[in-house]
Design a protein around this ligand. Structure first.
Ligand code: PHB
Length: 395
């Protein structure tokens, strides 16, 4: 009898050990899901949800992931900071993620340092952000990565350029990077303007650009509806017909908005890290999975890919720690993260700066099968690290 009881206890203990109680890793995702920029966060959120649905088998046995999603309503640093604080203190998240906007990522950065909560930036692209906390890693891009090579390339094609950018972090970075690339290559800047971020009317700004009679206008505005609005202003003022090329980082021809832009963007040239039209097998598979989930007419954006790859990095850190998340170990792992087969091509995290390393492609908007696409023409540079950090010796 005694013997039986003992073995029953042993068996019970063994069962406990093998069937560990389900363990949940919590991720707090701060995104823009309402207001005029709601599509930006939606495209990130959809990628996060799709990644989780398709990669359950990439988690260790017994480990679950719970994403707690919060809407910051737009570029709103105070609101984003409050949401990040609640996610850390009340919900006890082990990761912060999302961050559609630079000002929102910046206001939350000190919290990630104080609370030691790794923050995976899935969009916000101003170079300085990653220097603001040792617990930040970025899986999106910097504006310097696209706009510096755009300037270098443009200097070989155009003598003069006018620069029009949104008046906040990523706009300032795009401007500085393009001007450097273009003027170092011998080009001349004939005018520069910064456009308010909130509810802009682009027509007067594009009129000023037209009056300066440049060969090309370099523009940056946030992707989504603002990209469509500036494209419309370019079309309405007849700039294309006047022979003025529109160039910029890929935000101005963001894939998901191309169907809303008419034929105006045809011939617009951009440098960027992601095009939904890219024919890499990993991208084809990503697009097919997306369309199966969200419908034939839905197209993921570069923000979707930033979120998709960000989740892949988080899942890697969870796997390597078997679900027991330690913030410092997590950062060590994220610094080593690599993926040879992202939808955008090979990517890695630079361990020195915790910023993304990726290829940059020259693309032209063309009509393919009756639809506008960002057709990749060439890879202008491979394994591009954030140039701003290299030039300014920042880590
Ligand atoms: C940013 O806030 O960093 C940002 C927003 C929209 C973009 C790119 C960057 O298209």
């Amino acid at each position: 009898m005694r013997h039986t009881t003992k073995s029953a206890v042993v068996i019970a203990l063994l069962l406990c050990a093998t069937q560990a109680p389900a363990q949940t890793v919590k991720i707090g995702s701060v995104l823009t899901l309402s207001g005029p920029n709601a599509t930006l966060g939606e495209n990130m959120d959809r990628a996060i949800k799709l990644y989780m649905k398709l990669h359950q088998d990439k988690l260790p046995p017994g480990v679950k992931v719970e994403v707690i999603t919060r809407d910051d309503g737009g570029p709103n640093p105070d609101k984003a900071k409050q949401l990040s604080q609640e996610l850390i203190v009340r919900d006890k998240v082990q990761f912060l993620a999302g961050m559609t906007w630079t000002p929102n990522a910046m206001s939350s950065a000190p919290l990630s340092t104080e609370a030691k909560v790794p923050m995976v930036i899935m969009n916000a692209g101003t170079s300085v952000i990653t220097t603001m906390s040792p617990y930040i890693v970025r899986t999106s891009f910097t504006l310097w990565q696209s706009s510096l090579p755009m300037g270098t390339w443009a200097a070989k094609k155009f003598k003069t350029a006018y620069v029009a950018v949104s008046d906040f972090g990523p706009g300032h970075d795009a401007q500085a990077a393009f001007v450097k690339g273009f003027t170092d290559g011998g080009g001349k800047i004939v005018g520069e303007v910064r456009i308010p971020l909130a509810n802009p009317d682009f027509v007067p700004f594009m009129q000023r650009a037209k009056d300066a009679k440049p060969d090309a206008i370099f523009g940056f505005v946030p992707a989504g509806k603002q990209a469509t609005a500036i494209m419309k202003a370019y079309g309405e003022l007849g700039l294309g017909k006047a022979g003025v090329k529109f160039i910029g980082p890929g935000d101005i021809t963001t894939d998901e908005e191309l169907p809303n832009m008419g034929d105006v963007p045809l011939g617009v040239l951009t440098v960027f890290h992601y095009s939904a039209a890219a024919d890499r097998p990993a991208n084809k598979a990503f697009i097919a999975a997306w369309k199966k989930e969200y419908g034939e007419n839905s197209t993921p954006s570069f923000m979707s890919v930033g979120a998709w790859d960000g989740m892949d990095a988080i899942y890697y850190a969870i796997r390597e720690q078997k679900g027991n998340i330690d913030p410092d170990k997590t950062m060590e792992l994220l610094k080593q993260y690599k993926n040879a087969n992202s939808p955008r091509g090979p990517i890695s995290i630079d361990p020195e700066t915790r910023d993304i390393v990726q290829n940059e492609y020259l693309r032209e908007v063309r009509k393919v099968g009756g639809k506008l696409e960002n057709v990749e023409l060439e890879t202008v540079q491979t394994a591009v690290k954030d140039p701003w950090k290299i030039i300014n010796n920042k880590k």
